[in-house]
Design a protein around this ligand. Structure first.
Ligand code: ARG
Length: 459
């Protein structure tokens, strides 16, 4: 099917090298569904306002429905020699129903058509991504619930800092996902603005009922400037930015899992069916999943840069540069979907090692702040208490011991304010329990965060 929708002024016979760079069917065939549904709405409206007769409208709509059904059943194969998906659908329609098919494009340009298709495609993708992000967030919640009292070191500078729990750590990632979901929701709102009716750039002379088309397609409103309607790709940039941030979160989680799988940490073991091995080293069990999510994050950043750069300084209105939006978008969506969908079952089947976490928590003076707080509660100004405990820690390091094991008389060489009750005060679980304010790691507070997060996910 070599027909060109634009074979008018020129014959439409083109050099195959022009086709190689110009054709987009290789990737925009993905939007066949959105293209057909958009055309059904357009044809329905054309019938309603009398630009085509009711019979013609019905004929076009039925023809389009038949094409959609046949593509989905496999009875109709998309012809890869067509320039793009819009050409394929219109040419197939005209081939099937004849003259009425040629009226489908009345009052429409491929410029507003493709802007519509991509908006519909992205709205669907956002819904799917949101579902996957919620699924991963639920996995974080479910695993966190089992580890509200699993004490582990919290880190700053990757140095042991203060005691937290595994549940608290997991819920941090759930919060990031909640914001990612919120950003997607926001982006969806700006995506569902109908560009159809913008024509090529200057609207159309036909009395199109744009709000009616918006209603048929479930859009929230219509674009208010035809130049902007065909040339706006902000919503696409926004989605790529949102997915870049989402992938940043997944890559940070992935990096921690990679570290935790190492023998240096051994905080977690991934299930065998979510791990890989080495072709030469028999002992190896590798966290390839999290390395790949970490690595694929770069692709999504690249996709954002691709579209930002393609859009930069484009004069109004449509320019063919904008055809470059699709591969970047599809790649980013595929990558984010894949990453979200693999991490959820990986997390659910992973085995965490509370003893190893506890051991790491006990060895790094992560209760030193609590020890200083203890002195402060006894009336010593915090800055002085800080200095006393700093010297105590050095004393422990020199004797290869810990604050928990240090005898009281040695404590008292540093400050007579120390008493037997220092030991329960610096007990690791007590240290966690004392961090009892909203957003803190105390089990009761993490339970509050869990409840609020689950409620947000249920909305
Ligand atoms: N395949 C094109 C795209 O993806 C469709 C719009 C073509 N419009 C044009 N004036 N050539 O952007």
């Amino acid at each position: 099917m070599h027909m060109k929708l634009w074979a008018g002024r020129t014959g439409g016979d083109v050099d195959e090298r022009l086709s190689a760079i110009n054709n987009s069917i290789g990737f925009d065939r993905r939007m066949y569904r959105q293209d057909i549904i958009g055309s059904i709405a357009h044809a329905t409206m054309l019938g309603k306002v009398g630009v085509v007769t009711p019979e013609e409208s019905t004929q076009i709509v039925d023809g389009l429905k038949g094409i959609l059904a046949d593509i989905e059943s496999g009875a109709l194969e998309i012809d890869m020699t067509c320039e793009d998906i819009h050409t394929f659908v219109e040419a197939t329609l005209t081939g099937r129903i004849g003259a009425a098919g040629k009226k489908l494009h009345t009052g429409r340009s491929r410029n507003d058509q493709v802007a519509l298709d991509i908006r519909m495609y992205l709205a669907d993708a956002i819904d799917h991504l949101t579902g996957l992000a919620k699924e991963l967030a639920r996995a974080f919640c479910d695993v966190a619930e089992q580890h509200l009292e699993t004490v582990m070191p919290g880190y700053t500078h990757l140095q042991r800092a203060q005691p937290i729990t595994l549940g608290h750590w997991l819920m941090a990632y759930a919060q990031m996902l909640l914001r990612d979901i919120d950003r997607l929701r926001d982006c969806r709102r700006r995506t569902l603005v109908l560009p159809l009716g913008s024509g090529a750039l200057a609207g159309t002379t036909y009395p199109l009922d744009r709000p009616y088309v918006a209603e048929l397609l479930g859009f929230d409103g219509i674009s208010l400037n035809s130049l902007d309607g065909v040339s706006d790709r902000d919503f696409a940039l926004e989605l790529l930015a949102d997915l870049s941030i989402l992938m940043t979160h997944l890559s940070r989680f992935s990096e921690e899992i990679c570290l935790w799988c190492s023998w240096e940490f051994k905080f977690v073991t991934l299930a065998d069916d979510f791990s890989t091995g080495s072709s030469i080293m028999p002992q190896k069990k590798n966290p390839d999943i999290t390395e790949l999510v970490r690595g694929k994050t770069g692709r999504v950043y690249g996709d954002l840069m691709t579209l930002l750069t393609a859009m930069k300084a484009l004069p109004l209105a449509y320019n063919k540069d904008m055809q470059e939006d699709k591969e970047a978008l599809f790649d980013a969506i595929d990558t984010a979907e894949l990453s979200l969908s693999v991490l959820a079952p990986m997390l659910r089947t992973a085995t965490f090692h509370p003893e190893a976490m506890r051991r790491a928590a006990a060895g790094g003076f992560i209760n030193a702040t609590d020890c200083a707080d203890y002195l402060a509660r006894k009336g010593i100004p915090f800055r002085d208490a800080y200095g006393i405990v700093g010297r105590l820690v050095r004393h422990c390091i020199e004797r290869n011991t810990t604050l928990e094991a240090l005898p009281l008389e040695q404590y008292r060489q540093f400050s007579t304010a120390f008493d037997e009750d220092v030991y329960p005060a610096i007990d690791l679980l007590a240290c966690v329990n004392q961090r009892d304010l909203p957003g803190g790691p105390a089990p009761a507070r993490v339970r509050d965060t869990l409840a609020a997060t689950r409620q947000a996910l249920a909305e």
